[in-house]
Design a protein around this ligand. Sequence first.
Ligand code: SF4
Ligand code: SF4
Ligand code: SF4
Ligand code: FES
Length: 523
Amino acid sequence: MISLKIDGENIKVPEGSTLLQAAEKAGVEIPVMCYDDRLDHFASCMVCMVKSRDSGQMLASCSVKAEEGMDIITGDEEVFEARKASLELLLSDHTGDCQAPCQLACPAHMNIPLMNRLLGEGKVDEALQVVQQDIPIPSILGRICHAPCEGACRRKTIDEPVSICLLKRYAGDIGNLQHVSAKTVNQQALKKAIGNKKVAVIGAGPAGLSAACYLQRAGYQCILYEKSDRAGGLLHLAEVMDDSYPEVLDREISQILDTGIELKTNMAVDKDLFEKLLGSSDAIVVATGEIENGIRSWNIESGKNGITIDKSTYQTSHPPVFAIGNVVRSVKSAVRSVGHGKEVAASVHQYLSGEAVKGYPKMFNSRFGKLREEEFGEYLKESHPGKRMEPVAGQGKGFDHTEMQEEAGRCLHCDCRDLHTCKLRIHADRYAANQRRYKGDAFKPVTKVFVHDAIIYEPQKCIKCGICVRLTALHKEKYGFTFIGRGFDVRIGIPFDESLEADLSETAKEVAMACPTGALALK
Ligand code: SF4
Ligand code: SF4
Ligand code: SF4
Ligand code: FES
C-alpha cells in the first residue's frame, strides 16, 4: 500500500493507483472529461488537474500514479484556474448551442425546440405540458406576444423564422390542460413538504398572475390582491385581430385561479393594508404595474423608475418583499412580465426554504454566431424545407392541424441533444469558463453526420478524447471509430458505409452514452 495526503488527510491506496483514485478514496470529487474507468487511458483534456504541495507542480490526476509521501492539493485557487483554463481551451475549438437561441431569447425561457418536436409528432397535450412549465397563458401570448424568440430563431438566416408564437397558440388552444395539471402538480404532497406558507401577490396583471401561478403550483398558498374588479390587468387592453380573444382570456385566467389561488378584487393596497400583509404573509410579491405615491409610503426603497430591486432576484430593500413587472421598470411586454413572474417564484421559494436567495438558476451556454450559408444544408437535414406557413384561415387566426405539423417540422433542432448530461457544459458552468477567452478566428463549419439509425455525430463538439475509439476497440467491433490525422487537425473517423451499420449497432448506443459531450448522441 502507498501512503499519501489528499488535502491534508492521510490515506492509503494500493500500489498502481492514480491520484484520481486516491482522491476518490478520500471522498474528493475531481472533474474528468477524457477518463473512462473501463478503458486504457491517455490524458488529453487536462480538466482533472491537482497540485503537489511540495513542488507546486500541476498534475493530471487521472494518469499520474500515487507515490509514497505525496502531499496533494485538489481545490485551491491555482487548481481552480488550471481546470478553468483547460475547459476554456476545449471550448476555443468547440462549436455548438447548448440551449437553442430561441429559448435563450424567450423571457420566460420556454423550451421551444422541445415543444416544436412534440407538435411535429402530433403530441399536442405533451407539447402543452412543456409550454406550461414556463408560460401559464399560452393561448393569450400566442395572440399578443411580440415574439423575441422568433427574432433570434436560426431558421431566419435560411429563409424565415419558425412561427413559434402560432405554434404555442395551437398548443394552448387545442391541448388538454386537465391532462397537464394531473401530470405535473401534486398539490397535497407539495403542501406537506412546504407547510402552509402564504404569499401575498399585489396586482393581478400578467406578472402577478404568473408569479401566483408558479408559487401556487410549488405548494404555497397565494392570495392575489387586485384593485379593479377583475384579474388580467393590461391583458384586457391588448389590440387583437381575433374575436376569440375575450373568451381565451377568461379561460386562461380561470385556469390559473383554479390552481387554488385566492383572488380578492376591489382591494387597493394602502399603507395600512400593506403592513397587515407583512404580518400575515410569509412573503409579498408587488406586481402593481405602476409605482404610485401610495407605494412610496410602504418603506421600500424606490427610485424614479420604480421600486429598487436586486436585478437577479427581484428582492427589494425589505427581504420578505419582492417586486416584478412594470413597477420595477417599464417592461411594457406581456411575455417579459410573465417571465418576471416565473423567475420571482424561484427567488421566493429560495427565501422561504431558508436557502441563499440567488434567483432563477442559469447555466453555462455554449453559443456560436450566425449560421453561414455552407451550414444551411447541415441544419436542413433535420427539418422540413420551405417558407413559414401562414394560416389559410387568415391573419389573426391560428393554424389547423396540418399547418401546425408542417410548421413545427421546420424547426432545426438547434438545441444540443446532450445539454443535460454534457460534461463540458456541467464543468464549464461550475468553473465559470469563458468560451471566448482563447477563441481564434478560424471558422470551422458545423456538420451533422447521421451515421447510424440510432446516433448522430457532430464533429465540432468533439474534444478528441478517444473514448469512442477505445470503446469500439474494447468491444472488438470490426469497423469502429478511428483517429484520422495528427496534432491539432486530428478528428474522429466514422464508418459511413451503410452496410457497416449492423457491425456497429451493438456498441453504438454505449459509445454515444460514453461520449463526454454532445458530439456523439442518441438520436
Ligand atoms: S456538446 Fe455540451 S457544451 Fe457543446 S453544445 Fe452540447 S451541451 Fe453545450
Ligand atoms: S429553428 Fe427551432 S430550435 Fe432553432 S432557433 Fe428556431 S425555433 Fe429554436
Ligand atoms: S466523439 Fe469520441 S473522441 Fe469525440 S468527444 Fe465523443 S467520445 Fe470523445
Ligand atoms: S486528462 Fe485527466 S480526465 Fe482528461
